[in-house]
Design a protein around this ligand. Structure first.
Ligand code: GLN
Length: 265
């Protein structure tokens, strides 16, 4: 009798174990197993027309820039596995809220609006301000010189995008044109469809490095000073602590400075 109940117990234990592993875990991360070790592959969501933070090169979907390099170094330091997903900027926070992403890394200002009520931001990894980009033949002297017959462009869902819409609502400009990609904003500027683009200073500088013959900054920076940070799903303290620890280590061991020199020199 005893032998029978032991066999039954073993069979039940095997069925239970199988059922458990077949269910798998929740969340957006996929499992990757290597020598039996389960490492969740974490999805980093971004909008990759924001060079030199993140961009893609013609015909290649690989995302390059300061952010991918920084996150790769953090992942190595903290034993994380990452995969990058490119999407529109205003889809980034909803992606984390709907468990379609684990981390936002996109030059996102952690101080803006109600973002911090929806996701949890990490420590600041870059600081920035907004600037007005115009064509090189423009007579504009700065954001305060913009007149109500003009149109300004910026990217939808961003601090610049919110600003051009606000200026339109206040009648300061004829139209605040919000577009999905920064590259479209630059194109509309060069086509004369808009008279200026409100853009993050380091990103506008990267554009000017390659286009100083057709564009320029005018006036001083404006708007709220920005602090860029990565973000995780609300409440994911464990992951956020790892990302913050990794960033602190990069700043400590000189990797952060090397990446700044590589992408912003
Ligand atoms: N820094 C701006 C913001 O947080 C723009 C970010 C971006 O376009 N990637 O809204």
């Amino acid at each position: 009798m005893k032998k029978k109940s032991l066999v039954l117990l073993l069979a039940l234990a095997m069925i239970f174990t199988f059922a458990l592993s077949a269910c798998g875990g929740g969340g957006s991360s996929e499992e990757s197993s290597d020598a039996g070790e389960e490492t969740a592959v974490l999805k980093v969501v971004t909008e990759a027309t924001f060079a030199p933070f993140e961009s893609t090169e013609d015909g290649d979907d690989t995302i390059i820039g300061f952010d991918p390099d920084m996150m790769a170094a953090i992942a190595e330091d903290q034993g994380l596995e990452l995969e990058w997903v490119n999407m529109e900027f205003d889809s980034l926070i909803p992606a984390l809220q709907s468990d379609q992403g684990d981390i936002i890394c996109a030059g996102m200002n952690k101080l803006a609006g109600d973002r911090a009520e929806k996701v949890d931001f990490g420590d600041t990894y870059f600081e920035s301000d907004l600037m007005l980009l115009v064509t090189s033949d423009s007579d504009l002297t700065g954001i305060d010189a913009v007149t109500s017959d003009m149109k300004l462009a910026s990217q939808i869902g961003t601090t610049g995008g919110d600003m051009v819409q606000e200026m339109q609502d206040e009648g300061k400009i004829a139209a605040g044109v919000v577009l999905n990609q920064w590259t479209d904003c630059y194109l509309q500027l060069q086509n004369g469809d808009v008279q200026g683009v409100i853009v993050d200073k380091p990103v506008g500088e990267a554009y000017l490095n390659a286009h100083s013959d057709i564009a320029k900054f005018v006036g001083d920076s404006f708007g709220d000073h920005e602090e860029f940070a990565f973000a995780v799903q609300k409440g994911n303290t464990e992951l956020l602590d790892k990302l913050n620890a990794g960033l602190a280590e990069l700043k400590e061991n000189g990797t952060y400075e090397e990446l700044v020199a590589k992408w912003f020199s």
